[in-house]
Design a protein around this ligand. Structure first.
Ligand code: IMP
Ligand code: MG
Length: 183
């Protein structure tokens, strides 16, 4: 798998350090609020499991599955909810945990949905942000790293379901996929 990676963008040490910082910040800002961390599967699975162990206040977790990519490296723009939550979010404080915000289509869809379900507050914690490719006017409240317009894999992020198990985040070699950066 390493041979398919052009460059390691974030190594294990950098990820661990930043995830610890985010956990500390959330612990401080959500003290007494019993937030629900909602992981957006599958990409945010590793991030959420590391992040929650750096959170020192009472909290809960749940997951949902949304996809806008299909198996290509380009967002389809149409968000599909494949698995829904198992908890009632009415009156609750929610932190959506994302692997990456790219076009913002997924986030926009989910933020509107949670508002309509009666959540009190919905914030977003995304490990990565590709601000240069935004199509929707959405921002994450907590961001691990700003990254350039490149297709990245590892630490939960996939290309056609592969590479999620890489312990680092790397840029996938162009010959592995067809990806057109935004002009
Ligand atoms: P958005 O709806 O375009 O913001 O896309 C969000 C989702 O697209 C993320 O949760 C990822 O699953 C996927 N995605 C976006 N960029 C990348 C990337 O560079 N590598 C892997 N998955 C990505
Ligand atoms: Mg994905």
């Amino acid at each position: 798998m390493r041979a398919d990676i052009q460059e390691i963008l974030l190594d294990e040490e950098a990820l661990e350090k930043r995830v610890s910082e985010l956990g500390a910040k959330i612990s401080e800002e959500y003290d007494g609020m019993n937030p629900i961390l909602i992981g957006i599967l599958k990409g945010s699975g590793i991030f959420l499991s590391d992040l929650m162990r750096k959170i020192t206040i009472p909290m809960e977790i749940d997951f949902l599955k949304a996809s806008s990519y299909g198996s290509s490296a380009q967002s389809s723009g149409v968000v599909q909810l494949e698995n829904d939550l198992s908890v009632d979010v009415r009156g609750r404080t929610i932190i959506l945990v994302e692997d990456i915000v790219d076009t913002g289509n997924t986030l926009k869809y989910l933020l509107e949905r949670f508002a309509s379900l009666g959540a009190v507050e919905v914030k977003v914690c995304s490990l990565l942000n590709k601000a240069g490719r935004r199509e929707q006017n959405v921002v994450a409240d907590y961001i691990g790293f700003e990254i350039p317009d490149a297709f990245v894999v590892g630490y939960g992020l996939d290309f056609a379901q592969k590479y999620r198990n890489l312990p680092y985040i790397g840029i996938l070699k162009k010959e592995i996929y067809q990806y057109r950066p935004k002009k």
